[in-house]
Write a protein that binds this ligand. Structure first.
Ligand code: SAM
Length: 280
């Protein structure tokens, strides 16, 4: 594709130099400060770009390697992006490596507008499951939780307090595309506690000192808010006190706790057990 202005709102450009300002902008998306300035984030892979488009996300720029030129699937997605006003950048593999900070990068990368759900807009109904993560620090954990929330058909994630960035490349990678399917909200601890007061169902916190075996609780028929603690410190008292039940996952062996994302997965599969029939 040569540099051109198409009739559609989006533009197609070929970029060959690492010094090109467009490449600099894309590289800067590795840092939260610039992601926030540009209100953007990056996701790698053709499938993710297709999934995002299907779910109504706006692709601001689709970057693809020259080696993908002529690939019908890539061309088809590029046409969809252009038609919706997104730009297309055709680049060398060297530029893709620089943008993604990865050897052997994917041949397609999408730049998307960040989108968060407002806490006030979350109105849980019977059967809904929301996960609240207290000060989650690890991008891999956050991404894995989002992927698991998606997999079990829970409704979304509320990040409470100072947390890692859901739009960091590492987080987005760990979600394997679920970043586009799972609503994410962000709230201070105070705002979350105020919102929790009108939560119309069961608020189940997980705690190493929880008095209740997580398998003995009835999670059915009402909305459930599952509250998970910070990786190092667990749930602080202010959040633990706001729970209807504090549950524990029994452990054997020497490990003093489960990894946050693993514990979230164990809980979600129990809470959603009735909904997750083998034949569904
Ligand atoms: N040192 C931390 C503590 O004292 O809580 C360990 C935190 S753990 C790595 C992260 C979170 O996963 C915990 O706050 C809790 O929400 C959940 N978790 C991990 N293992 C658990 C278990 N056996 N029972 C209940 N929750 C657990």
């Amino acid at each position: 594709m040569n540099e051109q202005r198409s009739g559609a709102p989006g533009r197609v450009k070929e970029v060959t130099s690492l010094a090109n300002p467009l490449v600099k902008d894309l590289k800067s998306l590795a840092l939260k400060k610039f992601r926030d300035q540009q209100n953007a984030f990056m996701a790698e892979g053709l499938k993710l770009v297709i999934d995002a488009l299907d779910l109504g996300w706006r692709v601001r720029t689709m970057v693809f390697a020259k080696s993908a030129l002529g690939n019908p699937a890539v061309e088809k997605v590029a046409a969809r992006v252009l038609a919706k006003g997104g730009d297309i950048l055709e680049v060398s593999e060297k530029i893709l490596t620089a943008i993604t900070r990865r050897d052997n990068p994917q041949t397609v990368v999408g730049v998307f507008e960040q989108k968060l759900t407002k806490l006030a807009d979350i109105r849980p109904a019977a059967g809904d499951v929301w996960v609240a993560l207290d000060r989650v620090r690890d991008p891999g954990n956050l991404g894995t939780v989002l992927r698991t929330v998606d997999a079990v058909g829970a409704k979304g994630v509320i990040m409470v307090g100072e947390t890692t960035d859901p739009f960091a490349l590492e987080t987005v990678r760990a979600t394997m595309g679920s970043i586009f399917a799972v609503p994410v909200a962000r709230a201070t601890t105070e705002a979350f506690l105020a919102w929790r007061k009108s939560f119309p169902g069961l608020v189940a916190g997980t705690h190493l000192k929880g008095a209740v075996d997580y398998r003995t609780v009835d999670y059915a028929a009402k909305p459930v808010l599952l509250l998970m603690g910070n990786e190092q410190q667990g749930l602080p008292d202010a959040l633990a006190d706001a729970c209807d039940r504090l549950v524990r996952i029994p452990q054997a062996g020497r490990a003093d706790s489960l990894n946050l994302a693993v514990a979230t997965g164990v809980m979600l599969f129990e809470i959603r057990r009735a909904a997750l029939k083998l034949d569904s």
